[in-house]
Design a protein around this ligand. Structure first.
Ligand SMILES: Cc1cc2nc3c(=O)[nH]c(=O)nc-3n(C[C@H](O)[C@H](O)[C@H](O)COP(=O)(O)O)c2cc1C
Length: 343
C-alpha cells in the first residue's frame, strides 16, 4: 500500500489547503478511518458533496453475535465522525453534525457539514496530533494517579454530546466491575458462535490484511495470527481470559472509565462514538492509553448489573481501562482510503 493510500502514513503536509472544500473533506476522511472500531471491522463508508460528508454504516462488516443490534458498529462509525471533527479543527474548519439525517435510510448515520472556521487552539492541535499515535493498548498499566486535569477534560468531552463518563479508581466498585468482566468473558467464550466470529477477524497484517486484529492483540506475535485464530475458535478460553482480565483490572489499571447514556437509541450510540474518539485522543495527548472491557455491556444479562454496580445512568455503552504502559503497540491495519469513499 502506498503512503497515499495508507492513512497512517499519509503526510499531514499533503492537506490540500488551496483545494476546494470537497477536496479538503476527502483528505480528512483519511483521518476518520484511523478511528477505533469493534474487532477493527472499520464498518464505515463515506460519500462527499461540496460542503458535506455523509457517514454510512457498512453492515456487511457487522458482528451479529457479539453486537446483534449494531450498537457497537454505530459507536465505531461515531468514532470515525469524532475523529473527522478533530482533524477538521486542525485545518481551521468547523463542523456541524446531524445524526440520522434520513429517516428512510437507516444506514445513513450522520451528515457532517463543513465550513471555514477559526484557527485551532492548543488543545485542538493536541487532539489532532494524537490521531496517529492513538492505539488500543491492551498491556498492563503502571498503577499511578492519572494527570490531574485528564478526568475533568474527558468529562467535558463526553458531556458535550449529552452523555456521561464516570471514573473508578480502586475500591468496591472496581472489584464488582472486575467480577462482571470475568463473568462476561466466561459467557462469551462458552459460546462457539462468539469464538468463531472473533476468530474470523484475527488476521496477520503480513498477509496483506487491511482489517481485523493481528495475533498481538492476543499476546502472540503477528506471524502467529493463524494459530491464534485456531486456538480462539477451538478452545473455550473463557476461564483463562477471565483470570487475565481480572488481574489486569485489579493490578494493571489505575482507572476504569464507563461511558453511559440516558437512552439507548442509534443517535445515542453515534454520539457516544464521537465522544469516545475525542476522549481517547485526549488520553493519548498526555501520554496515556486505554483499552476496552465491554464484555458486561455486550452480554445483555450483565448490562443492568453493570449499571447497578457502577451506579451510573441506565445505559452503559463503553467500559475502558485507562493508564500508562511501557510499550506502545504497533498500529493496526486500515483499509485503503479510496476503498471507503463512495463515488
Ligand atoms: C465500539 C468498540 C468496541 C470495542 N470492543 C473491544 C473489546 O471488547 N475488546 C478489545 O480488546 N478491543 C475492543 N475494541 C478495540 C478494537 O479492537 C480496536 O479499536 C481495533 O482493533 C483497532 O485498533 P486500534 O484501536 O489500535 O486502532 C473496541 C473498539 C470499539 C470502537
Amino acid at each position: 500500500m502506498t503512503a497515499l493510500d495508507d492513512p497512517w502514513l499519509r503526510p499531514d503536509v499533503d492537506f490540500p489547503s488551496d483545494g476546494n472544500l470537497e477536496e479538503r473533506i476527502r483528505f480528512l476522511i483519511g483521518y476518520a478511518t484511523l478511528a477505533p472500531s469493534g474487532h477493527n471491522t472499520q464498518p464505515w463508508l463515506f460519500a462527499t458533496g461540496p460542503d458535506w460528508v455523509d457517514v454510512l454504516a457498512d453492515r456487511t462488516r457487522a458482528l451479529p453475535v457479539v453486537d446483534p443490534q449494531d450498537r457497537e458498529l454505530t459507536i465505531s462509525c461515531g468514532a470515525a465522525v469524532g475523529t473527522f471533527e478533530a482533524a477538521a479543527r486542525r485545518f481551521s474548519l468547523q463542523t456541524t453534525v446531524a445524526t440520522s439525517p434520513d429517516s428512510d435510510f437507516s444506514d445513513h448515520l450522520a451528515r457532517i457539514t463543513v465550513a471555514d472556521g477559526a484557527q485551532p487552539d492548543d488543545s485542538e492541535i493536541a487532539l489532532f496530533n494524537a490521531i496517529k499515535s492513538r492505539r488500543t493498548d491492551r498491556n498492563a498499566y503502571f498503577m499511578e494517579d492519572l494527570p490531574a486535569d485528564l478526568m475533568p477534560g474527558c468529562r467535558d468531552i463526553v458531556e458535550s454530546v449529552g452523555a456521561s463518563v464516570q471514573f473508578f479508581e480502586g475500591g468496591t466498585s472496581v472489584e464488582k466491575i472486575a467480577g462482571l468482566v470475568a463473568e462476561g468473558d466466561r459467557v462469551q467464550f462458552d459460546d462457539p458462535s462468539f469464538r468463531r466470529e472473533l476468530a474470523s477477524w484475527v488476521h496477520s497484517s503480513r498477509l496483506g490484511s487491511r482489517d481485523g486484529m493481528s495475533g498481538t492483540g492476543f499476546g502472540m506475535p503477528d506471524i502467529l495470527a493463524p494459530a491464534a485464530r485456531f486456538v480462539i475458535r477451538t478452545f473455550d478460553l473463557g476461564t483463562n481470559v477471565a483470570a487475565a482480565d481480572a488481574k489486569k483490572i485489579l493490578g494493571g489499571s489505575p482507572a476504569l472509565a464507563l461511558l453511559a447514556s440516558n437512552s439507548d437509541t442509534v443517535d445515542d450510540w453515534l454520539n457516544i462514538g464521537r465522544a469516545l474518539a475525542k476522549m481517547l485522543l485526549k488520553i493519548t495527548s498526555v501520554g496515556y492509553s486505554a483499552s476496552y472491557l465491554n464484555q458486561p455491556i455486550e452480554v445483555a444479562a450483565l448490562r443492568l448489573k453493570l449499571a447497578e454496580a457502577s451506579g451510573v445512568a441506565r445505559y452503559p455503552q463503553v467500559l475502558l481501562r485507562v493508564g500508562r504502559s511501557a510499550d506502545s503497540p504497533a498500529p493496526s491495519a486500515r483499509r485503503k482510503v479510496s476503498d471507503v469513499i463512495l463515488t
